[in-house]
Ligand binder design. Sequence first.
Ligand code: AMP
Length: 218
Amino acid sequence: MIRIIMLGAPGSGKGTQAQLLSKYFLIPFISAGEILRQEIKKNDKTKNYIQNTINKGKLVKNSFIIQLIKKKIKKKKYCNGFILDGFPRTIEQAESLKKNINIQYIIYLKIKHDSIINRIQGRLIHEPSGRTYHKIFNPPKQKNKDDITGELLHKRKDDNKKIILTRLKEYEKYTKPLIKWFRKEIKKNKIKLLEINSNKSITDINKKIIHYINNFKK
Ligand code: AMP
C-alpha cells in the first residue's frame, strides 16, 4: 500500500511526476483538477460554478472538492493506494484527509515563480483522459497528438499568463501554509517528506522520487 501526495505550485510538475510514479508503482493517480474538469462535462447545476472558478484561477470551495475526493478514494480501484495530485491545497482539505486516511509520502516539488510562467505556457492536455504534455520538456510522440489515442491536444484555458498569476496568489495564500502544517504532522505521524528542486529534468526528478520511496520500502 502506497499513498503519496504531490505538493507544489501550479506548473511545478506534480501531474507529470504523478503519471510517471503511477506507471512505476502500478497504483492509480488522482488529479483534483482533472476531477473538476470532468465534472464540468457532466453538465449539471455545478458546471458553471466550477468553470467560472477555474477560469478565474481561484480555488473551488473546500467543502465542494472535499466531497468529490472523499467519494473518489472510496472506490475499489484505490484500495491498494494512490497518488494524489492537487489535493489537499488548503489546511482544511488536509485536515479532512487526515480524518479519513493515512498518508505515507509527501513529495514537495519546489520551483521559482519566474520559471512557472514559461512552463505553463507550453503545457498541453488530452482533454478526454487528462494526460498532460509539454511542447518542449515532455513532447508527445507526434506533434499536438495524444500518444495513446492520436487525438488532438489542447491548451488549458487557465494556462495563460493572467490567470496563472491569480493561481500563484492562491497557492501562496492557501497552499504554501500547508507545508508548515505537514512538517508538524511529520513529527507526530510516520509521514515522510521529500523536497525536490523542480528545475531538474523530468527523468532526474522521477529517479530521485523512486529511489527515495524504494529506500523506505526495503
Ligand atoms: P490543476 O489541474 O491542479 O492545475 O487545477 C486546476 C484548477 O482546479 C485550480 O486552479 C482550481 O481552480 C481547481 N482546483 C484543483 N484542485 C483544487 C483543490 N484541491 N481545491 C480547490 N480548487 C482546486
